[in-house]
Design a protein around this ligand. Structure first.
Ligand code: ADP
Length: 447
């Protein structure tokens, strides 16, 4: 772009420069030829008055030495009949064509013509016509073209060198800003600051970006603090409400009172789950989610998670394929159970009209892999990663199903803290969620 602009600007500059130079030369030439014609006319008055052709011819012959670019000259009498003429030696005399169509001067392609009247005290005696070749103009033009070409290519080369040395510096910084912005947008990690020592517009852009990131961090921090405080404050009264409702439910046998208490309890349980999730999110944000590692039987945990989910949703059939032969792992049992409960409740929640959910497990030398597969609404390919982001909910059918988009975010954090991985894969129908736990190093296998 820079080179292109330089080419255009330099091109325009030289076009204007050559045009004005040539125009100036032509103006000067017209003036000097007019002066010359006037001098010849004045000096040929006696010759015309006394019909002395010879002295008029001598006068014209002087042009050979005084003005060598004049190729033809003629003096005509008042009737337009040639009185004396001159053709520069070596030039074809038939090339003279002073047809000026009423003008006093004209620039042809190859020659310049001028005609001037000869008057003596107001009496018209005849005319002088001169023709000059344009070699000098051609020389001036080719000189200017040469100079323009040298300067033009010089400027072009210079701007090209500037472009290839300065441009990468500019574009690399810009690309880095764009990359950082994109990364922050994609990952939701706004904890980024770009260091730049430049003193140009890109530095202004970078400073604005850094300020924006700082503002986002501050507002996120405020939001996280609010979520933390609000969920903490809600937890105590909710626990108390739940206690009283459970008491009421167990004491009351009359309908519809018992039914109302049961419904109220269901909703309180939902609210309690949400508050637990919000508290977990707050702990993750502040780095306070701690693991309590213990040894436990993984088969037992999976069976328990399945049967408790089976009780919540008896219409679904949750089956287990294969077992781990009583594998004992060291991990945070409660948190791994939380992950299983979340994956199973999602598998059920997002499978309206489908009954089958399969839990399978696989053990390699160093790795335990658990899979929860459903036959539900499925997840679009480009959302398989995003569903693990905070508050993310897919754009498809799941918008009609209640949820907050926190469960998978918490699951990912729990699994990552165990140095494992969690991901989702599309199936022909439905989705498979996988998570792994390493069996050696941090979490030892005791099987
Ligand atoms: P929630 O279910 O409360 O919205 P999650 O974090 O558990 O939050 O899930 C995030 C989103 O991922 C859900 O809103 C849903 O769009 C999608 N999702 C999760 N599990 C499944 C599944 N088994 N099948 C289809 N979509 C799912």
């Amino acid at each position: 772009m820079q080179v292109f602009t330089s080419v255009i600007v330099t091109g325009i500059f030289f076009a204007v420069f050559i045009y004005t130079d040539v125009k100036d030369y032509k103006r000067r030439k017209v003036n000097s030829m007019k002066g010359l014609a006037h001098v010849i006319g004045t000096n040929s008055i006696p010759s015309l008055q006394f019909q002395d052709n010879e002295s008029a011819r001598d006068l014209l012959a002087e042009l050979r030495n005084s003005t060598p670019d004049i190729t033809h000259a003629v003096i005509t009498d008042k009737n337009g009949i040639s009185f004396a003429s001159y053709t520069r030696p070596g030039v074809d005399s038939s090339g003279f064509a002073p047809e000026l169509f009423g003008k006093t001067s004209i620039y042809g392609k190859k020659a310049f013509f001028i005609i001037s009247d000869i008057n003596n005290n107001g009496e018209f005696l005849g005319r002088v016509a001169l023709q000059a070749e344009l070699t000098e103009l051609d020389e001036i033009k080719s000189d200017r073209y040469e100079m323009a070409a040298i300067l033009f290519f010089g400027a072009l080369g210079f701007s090209f060198i500037i472009a290839i040395t300065v441009q990468p510096y500019i574009s690399n910084r810009l690309l880095y800003v764009v990359k950082t912005m994109k990364e922050a947008g994609d990952t939701g990690n706004y904890d980024v600051t770009i260091n730049d020592k430049g003193k140009d517009e890109i530095n202004v852009l970078i400073r604005v970006f850094n300020k924006l990131m700082q503002d986002v961090r501050e507002s996120q921090q405020k939001k996280d603090e609010f979520i933390g405080i609000a969920s903490h404050e809600l937890k105590t009264p909710l626990t108390s409400i739940k206690g009283y409702l459970e008491l009421l439910d167990s004491m009351e046998d009359r309908q519809p009172n018992k039914q109302f208490a049961g419904k109220a309890l269901d909703n309180v349980n939902k609210l309690e789950r949400l508050i637990k999730d919000l508290l977990d999110v707050s702990k993750i944000q502040t780095g306070q989610l701690q693991l309590e590692i213990e040894d436990f039987d993984m088969d037992k945990l999976l069976d328990e998670a399945i049967s408790s989910m089976q009780m919540v949703s008896p219409i679904h059939t949750i089956t287990r394929e294969g077992d781990l032969g009583g594998l004992i792992v060291s991990a945070d049992r409660q948190r791994i159970e939380q992950v299983m409960q979340n994956l199973l409740s999602n598998a059920i929640k997002y499978s309206p009209g489908e009954k089958k959910v399969i839990v399978s497990s696989k053990r390699d030398a160093n790795l335990l892999t658990i899979r929860v597969r459903d036959y539900g609404i499925g997840i679009a390919g480009d959302e398989l990663m995003e569903i693990f982001e905070r508050f993310y909910r897919t754009k498809g059918l799941s918008v009609h199903i209640s949820g907050f988009g926190l469960g998978l975010y918490i699951c990912r954090d729990i699994i990552q803290r165990h140095h494992g991985k969690i991901w989702a894969e599309r199936e022909e129908k439905g989705t498979s969620f996988y998570f792994t736990l390493p069996l050696k190093k941090t979490i030892g296998s005791k099987a």
